[in-house]
Design a binder for this molecule. Sequence first.
Ligand SMILES: Nc1ncnc2c1ncn2[C@@H]1O[C@H](COP(=O)(O)OP(=O)(O)OP(=O)(O)O)[C@@H](O)[C@H]1O
Length: 486
Amino acid sequence: MEYIMRLDFQWKQNLEREQKEADSTHHVNKLLLENILPIHVADMYLYHQYMMMEELYHESYEEVCVIFASIPNYSEFYKENEMNDEGKMCLRVLNEIISDFDMLTYDKQFFTIEKIKVVGSTYMAACGLQPGGRYSDDYQFEERDKKDHVATITKFAMAMFEKLKNINNEDLQDFKLRVGIDVGPVIAGVVGAKKPMYDIWGNTVNVASRMDYTGEEGKIHVTSEVGETLQELGWQVECRGEIYVKGKGPMTTYFVDPTIQPEEEPKINLTNNNNDNYDKNRRDSTNTERRRSSQLSTNSFKGLLSSHRGSLDISRSRDSSPHSSYSPILKMFKKCRDGGSIGSSYGESTSAGSSPRLSLDSHCTESQMHSLQMPSPVEEEIVEAVTAEDNPRTFLRNDISLQNGVGEDNDFLTGISYRHPIDLTERDDKSSHLNYKNEMAKSDSFVISRTTTSENMPSVTVLNKDRSKSSTAITVELEELCDIPL
Ligand SMILES: Nc1ncnc2c1ncn2[C@@H]1O[C@H](COP(=O)(O)OP(=O)(O)OP(=O)(O)O)[C@@H](O)[C@H]1O
């Protein structure tokens, strides 16, 4: 009898260990996949087993705005000699520039922008690649989507100019930016059995590339469709007249001055890092960064891996600078290295009366983390939660408040880690709810029950899995996000 019990105990232990290993592998796979594919596509591969079916994954879109942004004088800058460590120094600068551009995509206003790739020193991205359109699967394309995409991409281009200006000032360089934009139908898909790549194709992509190629340094060069749309939206555009475009013939194109925005548009302010605007920008960007933290995590993961492999020292990057691109990344990895989870967004709920500090479960093994050779540590994001007993009415954490413990025994609410806040306040669409729902569903400790939106304060009701009774529901209300300390 004792023997059977021992055996049973051992089996359970083994099972738990294997389960943990499987979880850990799943998280790492997820990170890697989300790094190379947009999240919605990665999900298809992870949860719909496209890979196994070996089906071609593709999507068609009616109105996608595509941007090509080149640094034409980067090739002059790139030299391979002893002085610059056979080109590595130049590559490091390019890495900084591209990473800074990448960070822009985590800004709230640019969350609909998908980076496609970097070709040489040309950054390619697109806006409007959300599956199922804007609000739901059966969403019909609307004219205002095109306008939104065009305006977003143009603002993104302006932000890129601003970023590059900052980099030039800091690194005493004189890099120029040349941008081309077009809007129209594209086909997106994942190609390749090895290193599969998400890319977009079509005339719109070709023309956007041509706009870049035939554009001028320091200007945004756009097709007539983009130019006229911007004009309708109140932007100042300058008609360039007719130019000859290879493969297309004569085309009327427009220039947009990257320094002039229409009156009603909020100004892009990335330069003055010390003022309130900057703080707000950073808060907003933190918001979106967290909303898209899964993607950030994976980018970070790859960034760290590749920088380790390629022995590029990204820790040299502007960590001390207020707009350092890497702090959230390092933070996440530090958390992970120190026993936090990469993939899991939520901490475990602990028993009533336990420490208010949330304990995060470890999904990454020590060796995995140490093998990444973390650059200089940054301040870890402190995940705090207060026990229901301590404070039954309000749970405050950096970015959420848990309120209104419902039912008699709400003392199970000893903690929640929430790293994916979704700012629903400006989004009335269902998709954000669904995203949120998905995120919540991934929690080990909580499961989503329902989402509601009252005025502009969305609330999400979650149930503790262990005591999954409606009486133990809590409401999570998203509120203004706090800064992550850099
Ligand atoms: N998915 C893509 N990623 C990167 N660049 C692209 C993509 N699709 C098109 N382009 C670029 O758009 C440009 C225009 O394409 P198009 O097919 O019209 O011309 P092409 O004659 O093949 O180009 P070229 O002779 O200039 O290389 C090309 O330079 C091509 O590299």
